[in-house]
Each structure stands twice: as structure tokens, then as C-alpha cells.
Write a protein that binds this ligand. Sequence first.
Ligand code: NI
Length: 172
Amino acid sequence: MTILPILIAPDPRLKLKAKPVVEVDRRIVRLMDDMLETMYANKGIGLAAPQVDVRERVIVADVAEKGEPRQPIWLANPEVVEASPDLVPGSEGCLSLPDHYADVIRPSWVRIRYLDRDGVCREMAADGLLSICLQHEIDHLDGILFVDHVSLLKRNMILRKLQKAKRQGVYA
Ligand code: NI
């Protein structure tokens, strides 16, 4: 497995829409495995393919707590098929916006349809941290970052700080 470089915002490649996966073949499974390894190496709880510069609709996640056994999930073509009418705020961060956090308001639970790593179509319901994580990762597939859900002022402040850190070679 390979640890892949993660794109750091602001980066126009993070704003592009990803294409549906046609078939969960060996190449996609390999991508899922590399993404999961990359996510663990960076202590993340979710990662979307556009963050590793691949414009395909693949995400991985693991919201198991420290000390618990790992609970990896791999999803191709994930889509929200039902969302809670209740909206709740939750603190979010992102491996593409390191060291920045903001409260984002989202549906408290969602039902998601996806292809698993065997290419089987499945549905899962998610609430709590997994719900936030999956909605955040699905957003990435449409070129949406968590800062796109907060005020323009806060968004610009975070993106300017990241831009400056990138210029200084912090993430090189
Ligand atoms: Ni993210």
C-alpha cells in the first residue's frame, strides 16, 4: 500500500466534481486501500479521492475511537438517499485544511447508498460522527470543502492562512 500526497487548500483541483466509478475493479480497490493507509498515516477519520488528486467518487472512513479496533469503510459512488430534517452543528476539520476547524450545520443523520469494495450496492444509516464524516467526504466529491459551509469572513481567513503556510513551505 502507498501513502499518497494530500492536496492542501486553496487548490483548484479540490473544487472539481468527481466522476462516478464505472466498476469497482482492482484499480479502485487499490485506490481504496491506498486512501485508507493515507488517512491512517495522517490521523484522519475520512478521506475522499479528490484530496489525493483522483477525480473519482470514492471515499474511505473510520470513526472508531482510540483503543477500539479499526472499523474501516470503503464507499464508491456514495449518495445521500435520505437526510434528517433536523439540522445540528458539529465541529469539522479536514486533512486538506490542516489545523483549521469550524462548526458546520448539517442533517443529524443520513441514509447513504453506495458500492462496497466488492462492488455490491448497499445502504447504511449514519448518525453522530459518522454522519458528519460521510456528509463531509461526499461534499469533497462535488468540490465542496467544509469552509464552503461557513461565513465568507471565516472562510477567507482560513484560506488566507493556509495560502501563507503553503508559500512558507509548511506542507511541502
Ligand atoms: Ni475533508
